[in-house]
Design a protein around this ligand. Structure first.
Ligand SMILES: Nc1ncnc2c1ncn2[C@@H]1O[C@H](COP(=O)(O)OP(=O)(O)OP(=O)(O)O)[C@@H](O)[C@H]1O
Ligand SMILES: [Mg+2]
Length: 237
């Protein structure tokens, strides 16, 4: 199978020399869905930031479609990242938020309009284009953030705890919507969460992280049926 994203011996140390990421190895086939699972502080966001180019590794390599991307600035990687807090622009309406990345790429206004329309449809937000961000529910904001991330057509989609700001009932409902959108898109996806049920629903492969290391990787079944140690067994409940 063709491999889209390859992470090789990736390390990140802080100023004192302790490891934030410790020898991360990862191979992600094109179109696959990976869940990055782990407790708070295990290095999940740090790993995403390295892939996105928002932070630089201490050593190791990150390759995409056959070439190292470490020298590419974030905007040239053409990856989409949706942050934990969504980071929407409160003074712009929904459509302007969705069009933001297109504008940054220099796509002319006339070409932005059909893409924004398509994204509103994809995320079930038809009729919401002119709404202000503070007139939206948490779940609607989450979908605007997803639409904004997807609009420029990223080669890789990364979602950092996309459901953590929402209540339990809504989380379940939106997770189902998200996985339904992913399956329509055929885009390589990395989904970060500290919740194993979410990880299992969102990914066909899981990496479980603790203290900057990958403790176990495999399918949801591997992790729940064959935990490699007591810590994994306990984390899985
Ligand atoms: N720029 C930085 N410099 C030094 N330490 C950092 C830096 N960024 C994060 N850390 C530390 O690295 C560790 C991993 O942080 P990270 O944000 O990746 O965890 P996480 O798994 O995303 O946690 P959460 O589930 O709470 O979001 C933490 O101990 C954090 O304090
Ligand atoms: Mg995090």
């Amino acid at each position: 199978m063709e491999h889209e994203l390859i992470i090789h011996n990736l390390n990140k140390t802080d100023a004192t020399g302790s490891y934030l990421l410790n020898n991360i190895n990862l191979t992600l086939p094109r179109g696959s869905r990976l869940s990055v699972l782990g407790p708070s502080g295990s290095g999940k966001t740090t790993l995403l930031r390295m892939i996105a180019g928002l932070d630089t590794p201490s050593s190791g390599d990150i390759r995409f479609s056959g070439a190292s991307i470490l020298d590419l600035p974030p905007y040239k990687r053409n990856f989409g990242m949706m942050f934990q807090d969504y980071a929407l622009f409160p003074h712009m309406n929904v459509s302007a938020n969705i069009a933001f990345g297109l504008k940054m790429k220099g796509i002319p206004r006339q070409k932005q309009i059909p893409i924004v329309k398509q994204m509103l449809t994809l995320t079930n937000l038809e009729g919401f284009g002119h709404r202000k961000i503070d007139e939206l529910s948490g779940g609607e904001r989450q979908r605007v953030a997803l639409a904004r991330t997807l609009a420029p057509g990223p080669r890789l989609l990364m979602l950092d705890e996309p459901l953590s700001a929402l209540d339990r009932v809504l989380r379940k409902h939106l997770l189902a919507q998200l996985t339904q959108i992913f399956s329509q898109l055929h885009i390589t996806t990395i989904f970060v969460t500290h919740d194993h049920e979410e990880a299992f629903a969102a990914g066909d492969q899981i990496i479980l992280m603790n203290q900057g290391c990958i403790v176990q990787s495999g399918t949801p079944e591997d992790l729940s049926q064959h935990p490699v140690n007591d810590w994994v067994r306990q984390f899985m409940g």
